[in-house]
Design a protein around this ligand. Structure first.
Ligand code: NAD
Length: 473
């Protein structure tokens, strides 16, 4: 590891590294020990970041070509530092080094994609009365707030379109995982004009200060439903624009013609990737009664042979749960299900070692009415729930306040697609779960979010429509 990892991380405000006076500890979830300290942004420092963002806005919004070039340079700079960024991410988030490297590469891919997006100008009228053109204007200063599961990737989802549209950004990572994002801020200070991107770190209060800050025109938030509602409430008095990407309780429905040996791998990794800490991962699996035994056996075998350990160890497939409160929550949900009569076909318990390690868990004998089915567990434990009637399974899949994504698994993709079309969610998959692309809009129905990210649709959310009318009378 280079200095980037070992040096005291700084915030980036107005293009300059800024530290202290306060700091807070960052825990390595593989050990449970504080291994670094991050700056605790003061209100004055946040004001400074907002002033810098406002000061940079006019020049930044004026030159679209310069913004494209800067975003491409940002992607290249991130890739050039990929080894360091991945090492920091593994240390603070817990995910295996390979997965951390993939996250860095994906973030860069998203930035590259954003650099190529168009801000269309549409002629609405062109006659003897006048000429009307529809254009997209930037909104101003964007407050971007991210969670702890994919700190870099989700930062990239926000930075690319926000900056391409001509906005300036103040970015705040989760206090559980501030370091890789702080490092990214330092790297991008080398390729972006001062003030265009500031990165600040601190606790949840800092997020609340950002969402009520008078300089902010738009909030781009990814996190839990509860915080999302607080963000929407904070935005209301000032009518700030906002996009909310929130939690999910995605259902996977296996159809009766599916081959358990064929679908189990996709089902397992759809649920357990990133240790189940993924908004749009499988959180409930519905299987026809006659396939229940085979599907559960296949998933349990895979769960037992999946290597869990520190993300720095070669061959490890799943790291620890990211933080103590989440570890306690997952443990509590699993214990509650077991106490109500569920069976752990695999796992069901923490690993007997330091850090927040939990055995990949497959639960049976559990149904709606149990919190691990009704709520978002966001961890390495998934319930497998039998059904007799497909209409009933679809109704149960949809009987939730969440609506992020869902999937249907079958030997007959057309039949599965017809079932998938009945799922009330932002993305409906057939024989897949979790394929996300920069050109596909991503967002949730119901409580899973408002608005979308990615593609031209995500870009539009960082703009205001303006009609430019020239009279010819
Ligand atoms: P969280 O809501 O606790 O925190 C998210 C971010 O919001 C953090 O940076 C936090 O400091 C900040 N924050 C906390 N209180 C705030 C407030 N009052 N005002 C403004 N900001 C505030 O979420 P988390 O525990 O970090 O992340 C897990 C959640 O995120 C899960 O529910 C998961 O499903 C969701 N998530 C959603 C998506 C998506 O794209 N839909 C992606 C990843 C994670």
């Amino acid at each position: 590891m280079t200095d980037l990892v070992t040096a005291s991380p700084a915030m980036t405000i107005g293009g300059e590294p800024v530290t202290g006076p306060g700091t807070f500890g960052v825990i390595n979830p593989a050990t449970g020990q504080v291994f670094a300290r991050a700056p605790d942004c003061s209100r004055d420092q946040l004001d400074g970041a907002m002033r810098a963002a406002q000061a940079a806005a006019d020049t930044w919004r004026a030159d679209e070509d310069a913004r494209r070039a800067a975003l491409r340079a940002a992607a290249a700079a991130a890739l050039a530092a990929a080894d360091d960024l991945a090492a920091i991410l593994t240390a603070e988030q817990g995910k295996p080094l390979k997965a951390a490297a993939f996250e860095v590469a994906e973030m860069a891919r998203w930035l590259e994609y954003s650099a190529g997006l168009e801000l269309p100008r549409t002629v609405l009228q062109d006659d003897e009365r006048g000429h009307a053109e529809l254009v997209h204007r930037p909104l101003g200063v964007v407050a971007a707030i991210t969670p702890w599961n994919y700190p870099l990737l989700l930062a990239g989802w926000k930075l690319g379109p926000a900056l391409l549209a001509g906005n300036t950004v103040v970015l705040k990572p989760s206090p559980f995982t501030p370091l890789a994002t702080l490092a990214l801020g330092g790297i991008l200070a080398g390729v972006l004009p001062p003030g265009v991107l500031s990165v600040v770190s601190g606790g949840d209060d800092l997020g609340a200060w950002m969402t009520s800050h008078p300089a902010v025109a738009k909030i781009s938030f990814t996190g839990s439903v509860a915080t999302g509602k607080a963000v929407a409430a904070a935005a209301a008095p000032d009518l700030k624009r906002f996009t909310l990407e929130l939690g999910g309780n995605d259902a996977a429905i296996v159809l009766d013609d599916a081959d358990p040996a064929t679908v189990e791998r996709g089902l397992f990794w759809g649920a357990f990737i990133n240790n189940g800490q993924i908004c749009a991962g499988i959180k409930r699996i519905y299987v026809p009664e006659k396939l229940r035994g085979d599907v559960v056996d296949a998933l349990a075998q895979r769960a037992r042979r999946t290597r869990v350990g520190p993300g720095t160890e070669t061959g490890v497939q799943l790291g620890p749960i990211q933080n103590q409160p989440q570890f306690d929550r997952v443990q509590g949900l699993v214990a509650d299900a077991l106490a109500r009569g569920a069976t752990a076909a695999a796992g069901g318990h923490p690993l007997d070692r330091d850090g927040y390690f939990f055995a990949p868990t497959i639960l049976t004998g559990v149904a709606e009415g149990t919190p691990i089915v009704d709520e978002e567990q966001f961890g390495p434990a998934v319930p497998v729930i039998p059904y007799r009637d497909l209409d009933d399974a679809v109704a149960r899949a949809n009987d939730t306040r969440y609506g992020l994504s869902g999937s249907v698994w079958s030997a007959d993709p057309d039949r599965a697609a017809a079932v998938a079309a009945r799922l009330e969610c932002g993305t409906a998959f057939v024989n897949d779960h979790l394929t996300l692309q920069p050109y596909m809009p991503f967002g949730g129905m119901k409580w899973s979010g408002m608005g979308v990210e990615n593609g031209p649709w995500g870009l539009e959310e960082f703009t205001a429509l303006q009609v430019l009318y020239r009279s010819r009378r």
